[in-house]
Design a binder for this molecule. Structure first.
Ligand SMILES: Nc1nc2c(ncn2[C@@H]2O[C@H](COP(=O)(O)OP(=O)(O)OP(=O)(O)O)[C@@H](O)[C@H]2O)c(=O)[nH]1
Length: 212
């Protein structure tokens, strides 16, 4: 995107995929961002949501794809592969009380990095989010381990509680958006949100809860 194009177009959209193993709080984080609320139970929802906010006089829209975890990370036909092609950035969630979810987050970063993108971006921005910070008495992953993983993989890192703190969640998503903005300014990737959401809905039979 050139400076002239950017000046004449005060709106910007980006696609974000939320990833992580079962029950780490992917839906809780997404719903917190969208509604500011924590509702406790979320079900297995596969959906793309949209969240708009103003940043430096620009309207930014995040299209957020939240889905249950799938082990199928390899084949080109897999849902994981489709997500990587669709995404401008990732929110990679683990639970600070679940060591296995942290190990999987680390593996997911390697998989994201090693999947070739159609649009040529070498390193899509990733924010690593250690969730359930309110359960610190059950912690099995130190904050320093999350920080170290982020440093070694050039990711952002936040520890948050979807249950107790809206602002931490907001910072994590907005921090990712800032990184995506930087990437898009140097990328030739066209923005094509509406068409993609339509086709994704058709392919994956999008479901939404009425309560959102
Ligand atoms: N204490 C606490 N519980 C949380 C937090 N975030 C989510 N939970 C709980 O963790 C459970 C799983 O949350 P979900 O948001 O459904 O997790 P998910 O990663 O979307 O799960 P799947 O869709 O099954 O992959 C629910 O019982 C939530 O209430 C948090 O920050 N603190």
């Amino acid at each position: 995107m050139t400076g002239a194009t950017e000046a004449s177009n005060p709106k910007m959209e980006a696609n974000v995929v939320v990833l992580g193993t079962e029950s780490v709080g992917k839906s809780a984080l997404t719903v917190r961002l969208l509604t500011r609320r924590f509702i406790g139970e979320y079900g297995d929802i596969e959906s793309i949501y949209s969240h708009s906010f103003m940043s430096e006089g620009k309207e930014i829209t995040l299209n957020i794809w939240d889905s249950p975890f799938s082990e199928d990370l390899s084949r080109e036909t897999s849902l994981f592969h489709k997500k990587v092609q669709w995404a401008d950035g990732f929110v990679l969630v683990y639970s600070i009380c679940d060591r296995a979810s942290f190990n999987t987050a680390s593996r997911l970063i390697q998989n994201i990095r090693s999947t070739k993108h159609h649009h040529g971006a070498e390193k899509p921005p990733v924010v690593i989010v250690g969730n359930k910070r309110d359960l610190h008495h059950r912690r099995t992953v130190l904050a320093e381990e999350g920080q170290l993983l982020a440093l070694s993989t050039d990711c952002l890192f936040y520890e948050v509680s979807a249950a107790e703190n809206y602002h931490g969640v907001l910072s994590a998503f907005h921090g990712l958006m800032d990184r995506i903005k930087d990437t898009k300014l140097t990328s030739k990737r066209p923005l094509r949100f509406k068409g993609i959401v339509k086709s994704m809905s058709a392919v994956f039979a999008r479901r939404r809860t009425d309560s959102l």
